[in-house]
Design a protein around this ligand. Structure first.
Ligand SMILES: [Zn+2]
Length: 239
């Protein structure tokens, strides 16, 4: 449903004498301010069909993100950027298979197929992502022994990427998250952003999930508890 049709629905509800709050619809479309940023998480060849760790229907987020970008003065992208033989790759452990887990120094780690290796076409941002006004690309997961789902903090929960400092120095207080995958890099980034004091929206239809053993429902539950707001792209006014 488009923003306009929501509005007219609300108007006709008002005309009919119904209480607007009875409708489970957003009455007022969101208009991101100059102190908000669109974060585009890991929209790379590796995470879409034909890549090494494809997220189901991952490429579908691209046109949605391109359209959303017109509403934002600030855009930041992230790029998963691993060394060959990275600690998050199943191939680094004899006998281990992708999607099994192992214990690393910092805790449990899901093991993935080799993906997003630095400098490869697989690790490149999607070619149809059209974000000429984007200002920063944060690369993450480049330390050999530490994974990094979050755009703010690596999986050891100590090493910072520098993104919080960048956003804060630029006066950005609100982040709108999009990209891949909802239940891993998007969720971890959203939770860290809340911890760091940002207002956080996840634009659900601009993400796609891996959903490994119920991970998607678990991620939404955690994000809701942390105060992350779950919205749709139609809730935002675009050009
Ligand atoms: Zn990775």
């Amino acid at each position: 449903m488009t923003v306009l049709s929501r509005r007219s629905l609300l108007q006709s509800a008002a005309a009919a004498g119904l209480a607007a709050q009875a409708l489970p619809l957003r009455a007022k479309p969101l208009k991101p301010s100059a102190r908000a940023a669109l974060l585009v998480i890991d929209v790379q060849n590796c995470f879409v069909e034909g890549g090494t760790l494809p997220v189901k229907s991952g490429a579908e987020v691209v046109p949605i993100i391109n359209k959303l970008s017109t509403a934002f003065a600030n855009i930041v992208l992230t790029q998963d950027w691993h060394t060959a033989g990275h600690a998050s790759f199943a191939s680094s452990y004899p006998g281990k298979k992708p999607f099994e887990t192992t214990k690393l120094k910092y805790g449990q780690q899901v093991l993935w197929p080799d993906h997003c290796v630095q400098g490869t076409d697989d690790a490149a941002l999607r070619g149809d992502l059209k974000l000429p006004t984007a200002q920063l690309i944060v690369r993450k997961g480049f330390h050999q022994d530490v994974d990094s789902y979050s755009a703010f903090e690596e999986a050891d929960r100590k090493t910072r990427t520098g993104l919080a400092g960048y956003l804060k120095e630029r006066g950005i207080r609100t982040v709108y998250l999009t990209g891949l995958a909802t239940d891993f890099c998007v969720a971890w980034t959203a939770l860290d952003a809340r911890k760091l004091g940002f207002n956080v929206y996840v634009i659900e239809d601009a993400t796609r999930a891996i959903d490994l053993n119920g991970s998607l429902a678990a991620a939404w539950k955690k994000m809701k508890a942390a105060g992350v707001k779950r919205i749709q792209s139609a809730d935002i006014v675009t050009a």
